[in-house]
Design a protein around this ligand. Sequence first.
Ligand code: FES
Length: 366
Amino acid sequence: MQTLTDIYIYPIKSVKAISQPAAEVEESGLCFDRRYMLVDLQGQFITGRTHPQLTQITIQFTRQSLLVSAANMENLVITPDDFDDKMQRAQIWSDHVQAQHCNVRYDQWFSEYLQQPCQLLFFSEQTRRLVKNRETSVSFADGYPLLLVNQASVEQLNARLQKPVTALHFRPNIVVKGDFPFVEDSWARIKIGEVEFEVSKPCSRCPFTNVDPKTGHSADNEPLATLSTFRYHQGDIDFGQNLIPLNSGMIRAGDEVKVLATQAAPFYSSLKDNAVNNKKELNIHFQGSDFVAHGDNQQLLLDQAEQAGINIPHSCRGGKCGRCKVQLLAGEVTTLNQEGLTDTEIEQGYVLACSTIPLSDISINR
Ligand code: FES
């Protein structure tokens, strides 16, 4: 029998996980999960990708409040009664949302901890954010309401690693004990406790996966490097599954995971083998200059531009923030991720340099 073994929430985006014996599932995810996030003074979200020390912040629930602790800091109590009423614009990946500012006192605490000015925002009743191309809401999670990880898949990964990782490296909401590793790749719809979930999309992994949740440090590009040797598919390195709840209800550790519908699993291979087998050389023309870079059909456009000494502004390197967009004027490309683009930008021929691989000679406008 496949079972739900662990449930985790992260009340503030990127902080340490809180284990729960049971949780209420809402449309936008687990109750209390990612209801707060930090932003810089321009409203850009801040996460553990760029600020891994966030993963060392511990949260405890008390009545109507959160108790926030971190090394060398006084404890902070966050209470909704102290929130101001100000809604302000914030950006999370390519989504623009209106979120509630909490309190300057909280901003000061987090600014001191991060050593950079920032603000704490709350996902209030007026905040609205949708899963891309869907009518279902999501809180401040990366893109989907919940993330599922199969412990059997973690163990198979560990068999290839010198230093084992835990499921928490992948920041899941729910950990299941599957019948065998990567069985979750073929799930399309599952039921846990009172809730049915659509298994929407494999989770594409970024270097945040390399941050050790115990220490907040990453050392040797693992486990991402090892994952790239057997979990590569169409430009992504996948681990775990994004879920969309189809109804509200309770889930509890120990619940059976019932598979209601399946689908064909993607064919996974090695990023390196894929590159070696199909390599072809090509030219990348940067419009507005006479510069033509010699590249190939294997590497990301952003990497190839950098190797040629061309700076394309970027941030997440994961296809989400939209900063690296360039307009494709001629040639063929494969786009791995377009989450950071609006539909209009896609129609206008924009692509994300960090998530695009040229297939032929191309011409682009920066
Ligand atoms: S979408 Fe963020 S850097 Fe490319």
